[in-house]
Design a protein around this ligand. Structure first.
Ligand SMILES: [Zn+2]
Length: 255
């Protein structure tokens, strides 16, 4: 136990201090970036192996176009991949390392390419701000027994990792992001999409459609809504970020 505590202490000391990109928030993360990316790679392969990929060339091209335009705004050494998964589920995720999964079901809610940029920007924001690693680190503080979590890629740990990035699996239920993480991902995503030349106002209409869809119920929506909890303040916050985002948008479309 003493050894375990010492390991924990040293881990916090060496890799415990991180800062989120664009918002400069201090965070406690004791999973190294390298480890996170390796796990993202492995987890992505697992998701793809158990999913049906879309064959719709037009939609695949759109997902890749939006993805690459957003990725070009990100300062991270990621090996980006964008997969369109054939599924009625309204869901999307981005794992560290730039492994993005979009479920065809969410395209009915995003409606347009700008709408898709809202979702992809938001998911990419969760990954570059290392929200999953932060959540796992919080859980590690709560339960010292899970200290090895960041160091192993066995299937149990991989499932927890997927859950921390909002990907449900047969083994573990995806964890909801906190409001703090949601607002932060909204902000970063909004700036990313604006810089990439997508109209940030689409974020407001997307989340309005999302809350309407939620009102109508439907199990296809369950996972995304439970992992990305929306509340009435979200639209207000987005509108507060809008002037800054619009400056980037105007600059990008006049380039
Ligand atoms: Zn989210």
């Amino acid at each position: 136990m003493r050894k375990l505590l010492l390991t924990l202490f040293l881990s916090i000391l060496f890799i415990g201090c991180a800062t989120t990109p664009m918002t400069d928030r201090k965070q406690v993360v004791f999973i190294s970036t390298e480890n996170e990316i390796a796990m993202g790679e492995e987890a992505f392969r697992e998701v793809l192996a158990t999913s049906t990929l879309s064959t719709d060339k037009e939609k695949i091209a759109m997902v890749e176009r939006v993805g690459h335009r957003l990725a070009a705004q990100v300062d991270a050494d990621f090996n980006w991949e964008f997969a369109l998964i054939e599924s009625d589920q309204i869901n999307a995720f981005c794992l560290p390392g730039g492994k993005v999964g979009i479920y065809t079901g969410i395209l009915d809610v995003t409606e347009t390419e700008d709408g898709l940029a809202v979702v992809m920007g938001h998911e990419i924001a969760h990954a570059i701000a290392r929200h999953g690693a932060e959540r796992m680190s919080q859980n590690m503080i709560l339960g010292l027994g899970a200290i090895a979590l960041g160091l192993s890629t066995d299937s149990g740990d991989r499932a927890k990792y997927l859950a921390a990035y909002g990907v449900g699996s047969a083994v573990v239920v995806a964890l909801p992001y906190s409001r703090k993480h949601e607002y932060e991902a909204d902000y970063i995503g909004l700036i990313l999409m604006a810089k990439a030349g997508y109209d940030p106002n689409e974020a407001v209409t997307f989340w309005q459609r999302m809350s309407e869809a939620k009102g109508g119920g439907g199990s296809n929506l369950a996972e995304f809504i439970s992992t990305h909890p929306a509340d009435d303040n979200r639209i207000e916050k987005l509108e507060a970020y809008m002037p800054e985002a619009m400056n980037y948008y105007k600059a990008s479309i006049h380039r």
